[in-house]
Design a protein around this ligand. Structure first.
Ligand SMILES: C[S@@+](CC[C@H](N)C(=O)[O-])C[C@H]1O[C@@H](n2cnc3c(N)ncnc32)[C@H](O)[C@@H]1O
Length: 191
């Protein structure tokens, strides 16, 4: 159950399948960071589907969205599991270096600008997953260009980080020959 004021915060019923797909991947004990949490839909579903998740830190820069997120956390009884944080993901993530097992980036148009922050937030020695939402366009192999851009950013941090695509899919179409896509990127760095 989610409360939202659509004049002031984002909500899309078209993401219901995608939220459940991600929530089902989360394992017991994980520390999850949702960089663009909105009113908390992904984060709260994760805590419901995987009650043994350690924490779901849920950041958003919009104070109205965070106020609704706080209310939605209470309504869904996931206090203490989903932690709302008001702020710019760039800045907030500097406190999360190397701690998380999973980072969600549901801001397709701009997520590449935050990818380096997400990589640094992962515990790379144990390995972690980034759910990287981005935009794809064109006629064929729509995944190629956005994946190569992501790889360039990750390699720029360290060439020793291995990147495996666990899953990729078109999330939804947003314009003629333009899609929101997601890559589940498994990253690891050997000692
Ligand atoms: C497309 S919405 C996704 C919301 C939510 N994950 C959902 O699926 O309902 C993107 C969210 O990112 C937030 N946002 C944009 N820039 C941000 C930033 N620099 N730091 C944190 N949040 C940001 C917006 O306020 C918005 O709520």
């Amino acid at each position: 159950m989610f409360k939202v004021d659509l004049r002031h915060a984002f909500f899309s019923p078209r993401l219901a399948y995608e939220r459940m797909r991600v929530a089902k991947k989360v394992k017991a004990g994980e520390i999850v960071v949702n960089m663009f949490a909105g009113v908390g839909c992904f984060s709260i579903l994760i805590a419901k589907v995987q009650p043994k998740v350690r924490k779901v830190y849920s950041i958003d820069i919009n104070p109205v969205a965070v106020a609704y997120m706080r209310e939605n956390i209470r309504l869904n009884k996931v206090e203490g599991k989903v932690v709302p944080i008001l702020g710019d993901a760039h800045e907030v993530l500097s406190d999360f270096e190397g701690v998380s097992s999973r980072v969600l980036m549901p801001l397709p148009e701009y997520s590449h600008e935050f990818l380096a922050d997400a990589v640094r937030a992962l515990n790379l020695h144990e390995g972690g997953v980034i759910h990287y939402y981005t935009v794809a366009s064109g006629e064929k192999d729509v995944f190629k260009e956005p994946f190569e851009r992501a790889l360039r950013i990750i390699r720029g941090i360290s060439p020793e980080i291995s990147v495996e695509v666990e899953e990729k899919r078109i999330v939804r179409s947003v314009a003629p020959r333009k899609w929101h896509v997601v890559f589940d990127l498994k990253l690891r760095k050997s000692e």
